[in-house]
Design a protein. Structure first.
Length: 299
């Protein structure tokens, strides 16, 4: 009887522990780690002259890692510079061209004053004074017309020079894009191109991701959906080599408001038929976490 009582007690304890374990599992979800991956593509056409990266390299934001041949762009820039100089050299010197008419106008004004004095002394006629005034008006009209013409010519040449300036800025922008500059800090995951290969605009060169913080994408049931909210602190368990597990602190960063069928990564067809909600949990990486690694989250 004592033996049977002992067996019964052990069985009861086992059932109780199993029940507790199942209760904890109800608040668990599984998923895989992922990172925000950025594919860096070429922004210029030409041969890749330099590309100093390898898979696994740590890169900083703004770090120059390579260059694309820019010989033709430099030649285009030089050509545009000469065109701009030629256009500006054609601008008329308004002061010189108007100077002769201005002197003629000054002489006409002097003549008018002299005739005015003669008219007062009744030596000259009113017609001579009228002719002097007409001469002044004609010369002034010529000056105004010439000034307008020279101004129009100058404005047109300035506009042409401005167009060349815009083309120069476009070439400068294209020259900058011949420098391959890393846009985000992170680790090079995949290298798609090598030195001396031809690059075209939009061709992928490498893929990079910040692995200092990974995101566990997990799926929760409708009952779990009501228990968590964005910003909640959770625990994430990851299997280790020796068969144990390692716990990490995580923060719920995103919860999908729409339900979806369980992804095909879930093993059984019955589970894949269930509706679940995707969540993302941000976890600080100590170097042991890898993209694609499985993890369990406890809410």
């Amino acid at each position: 009887m004592k033996f049977n009582f002992y067996k019964t007690s052990v069985l009861a304890i086992y059932i109780a522990l199993s029940s507790c374990g199942n209760g904890e599992k109800a608040n668990e979800a599984s998923g895989t780690f992922e990172a925000t991956e950025t594919i860096v593509s070429a922004e210029a056409n030409g041969k890749i002259l330099k590309l100093k990266i390898n898979e696994g390299d740590q890169l900083e934001k703004g770090q120059k890692i390579g260059s694309i041949d820019s010989t033709q762009l430099h030649l285009t820039k030089m050509q545009l510079k000469q065109s701009g100089k030629a256009i500006l050299s054609g601008r008329p010197d308004s002061k010189i061209q108007i100077e002769s008419l201005q002197k003629e106008l000054e002489n006409a004004v002097k003549d008018k004053k002299r005739i005015e004095n003669l008219v007062k002394g009744e030596v000259a006629s009113q017609k001579q004074l009228d002719d002097a005034n007409s001469r002044i008006a004609i010369i002034q009209s010529k000056i105004d017309a010439l000034r307008s013409q020279l101004g129009t010519t100058t404005n047109n040449l300035n506009a042409q020079s401005g167009t060349v300036g815009i083309q120069m800025e476009q070439v400068e922008d294209q020259l900058k894009k011949c420098n391959i500059t890393n846009p985000v800090s992170g680790t090079v995951l995949t290298k798609y191109a090598n030195e001396y290969e031809m690059a075209t605009i939009g061709k992928p060169i490498y893929k990079i991701a910040d692995l200092s913080t990974l995101k566990l994408r997990a799926y929760i049931t409708a009952s779990q959906f009501a228990k968590i909210k964005i910003g909640d602190a959770v625990k994430v368990n990851v299997d280790t080599e020796n068969g144990g597990s390692k716990a990490y602190s995580g923060t719920v960063e995103w919860i999908n408001s729409k339900a979806e069928f369980t992804p095909k990564t879930i093993q059984t067809k019955d589970e894949r038929a269930n509706l679940v909600y995707a969540v993302k949990i941000k976890v600080k990486n100590d170097g042991a976490l890898k993209i694609g690694m499985y993890g369990d989250v406890v809410f």
